[in-house]
Design a protein around this ligand. Structure first.
Ligand code: ADP
Length: 483
């Protein structure tokens, strides 16, 4: 077990209406384990619909006062929140690695990203502008104002247990909303630590809430509660679809960041060394457990031998182990079930014609060997599903049209990547890819200053950038008769 400089950050409790409700005093609780060792880290409460309804009622009251703060007052709170996060960054990073498994360096980068997101929205608070509109009649004056949408809910996944929470809470708080966060059961402690720091930063009671419990019951209760005016979800397309349907009766605003199936194309005019290091960053970060990970590597036949040779050498150097150990680059998968699923996907791919170059097996516990497959058919489970693991399936193409056709052969459209040094091709391919985000000569695209989100069945709405705050506001139109 690790020690924290500030042990108060690891609260075995929920934060509801400014009160800490401990796992031991809750009607039920569940354990959270370290995926590297399977040891229990601690317990969190298991609450149900009644607590959701209670927290939402409190949040609705709290929000009525919070919305009246000036932009500067809300910005100041967010800047204090950011400072709390940076002051505790090492402890927060340890909590991520402990519950999620990623290497400590990646956890620290995630905490920096959380702080950056809060800083970005602290700055954006002051720019929630309305407009004046040239009137249609001599007697009228028209304008718009933007107002907070109200009580919001966030349902978040385990792969980025801190930064995805901040992508939702930062714009919500900036806009003047209250938020109820339901983190993933695998990784609730990072969200709970953020709740603790929001309290230290001085947010009023009831504005920032974290609740844990049965995911199906809590999700349904949040969707069906009519006081919750907006729900923001990051996770699988299957669950996103359920939440969208459940939100229909209350006509909730829904923002969805769902699964991806990112194509990663390497053209014959690419800088191959750069493409290889981009593949490592894009495919193996967080052990491949990101929704924007390269899912299908599509390489021009003429440069394929050189690319494969260089990629194989780079993959052979990746160090797998407990994320708390120095120099580890690949941590465990989140659960043993994930490792078994991955092993089965690779075995099926080999049965269906793929060629296993390296890896393909569970090393021990939840650790999976970095894997490369070649000649991977484009229509098998491995290439049609989100892999969510350190497995790189490679396929080849002979011309640009074929590469684009393979890339777009999916219902998902989150991120896409390609490497080329031909400026005309760069524009052509960037425009042709059916994805919400395109990395060109880079495998790292995430930043709070740019809009994150997908098209097709990868989602609705955008997070981050100047657009992110719009999801948490309503436009109100005012029409004034001046006669
Ligand atoms: P993953 O496959 O990455 O775990 P999920 O979509 O299953 O992605 O989970 C993302 C989030 O959605 C988690 O917080 C999880 O608890 C929650 N969740 C899972 N199933 C449901 C459901 N039926 N209703 C509401 N939330 C759910």
């Amino acid at each position: 077990m690790i020690t924290l400089d500030n042990p108060a950050l690891l609260q075995q409790a929920n934060f509801i209406n400014g009160k800490w409700l401990s796992a031991d005093s809750a009607p039920a609780k569940f354990a959270v384990t370290n995926p590297a060792t399977d040891e229990i880290i601690g317990y969190v409460p298991s609450f149900g619909k009644a607590t959701v309804d209670e927290v939402v009622t409190h949040a609705d009251t709290a929000w009525q006062a919070f919305r009246r703060l000036t932009a500067k007052e809300r910005a100041d709170l967010l800047f204090r929140f950011r400072k709390q996060i940076m002051d505790n960054q090492h402890d927060l990073a340890k909590i991520i690695t402990l519950e999620q498994g990623k290497p400590l360096t990646e956890s620290l980068a995630e905490i920096q990203s959380s702080a950056n997101t809060i800083e970005w929205f602290a700055e954006e608070v002051k720019r929630i502008y309305g407009e004046t509109i040239p009137p249609h009649s001599h007697s009228k004056r028209l304008m718009t104002i933007k107002q907070p949408i109200g009580v919001t809910a966030a349902i978040t996944p385990w792969n980025f247990p801190s930064s995805i929470v901040t992508r939702k809470c930062a714009p919500a708080l900036a806009a003047g909303c209250a938020i109820v966060i339901k983190p993933a059961p695998e990784t609730p402690f990072s969200a709970i630590a953020l709740a603790y720091l929001s309290e230290q930063a001085g947010f009023p009671s009831g504005i920032f809430n974290v609740i844990t419990g049965d995911e199906v019951e809590l999700g349904k209760a949040l969707c069906e509660n009519k006081t919750v005016r907006m729900i923001s979800f990051t996770g699988s397309t299957a669950v996103g679809r359920i939440l969208l349907k459940q939100s229909a009766d209350t006509i909730k605003k829904v923002t969805l960041e769902l699964g991806g199936n990112a194509p990663f194309i390497v053209f014959d005019d690419a800088d191959i060394d750069k493409a290889v290091s981009g593949t490592i960053a894009c495919k193996f970060r967080n052990s491949g457990q990101t929704c924007i990970s390269a899912n299908r590597i599509i390489v021009d036949k003429s440069i394929y031998p050189e690319y494969l040779d260089k990629l194989s050498k780079a993959v052979a150097t990746l160090k797998v182990g407990d994320g708390l150990s120095p120099d580890v680059q690949i941590g465990p998968l989140i659960t043993h079930q994930s490792a078994l699923r991955l092993q089965s996907l690779v075995e099926q791919a080999v049965d269906q014609g793929a060629n296993l170059v390296t890896g393909g097996n569970i090393l021990s516990g939840n650790f999976f060997a970095p894997t490369i497959l070649t000649d991977t058919p484009p229509d098998i489970a491995l290439t049609c599903d989100e892999i969510f693991g350190p497995v790189a399936p490679i396929m080849t193409f002979t011309d640009e049209a074929e590469a684009i056709a393979i890339a777009n052969q999916t219902d998902l459209g989150l991120a896409g990547y390609f490497y080329s040094r031909n400026i005309s091709r760069i524009y052509r391919v960037a425009e042709a890819l059916e994805t919400g985000m395109v990395g060109i000569n880079t495998g790292s695209i995430s930043t709070e200053v740019a809009p994150f989100g997908g098209i097709k069945q990868s989602g609705l709405g955008r997070e981050g950038a100047k657009y992110g705050i719009d999801e948490y506001t309503e436009i109100k139109y005012l029409c004034i008769d001046v006669t």
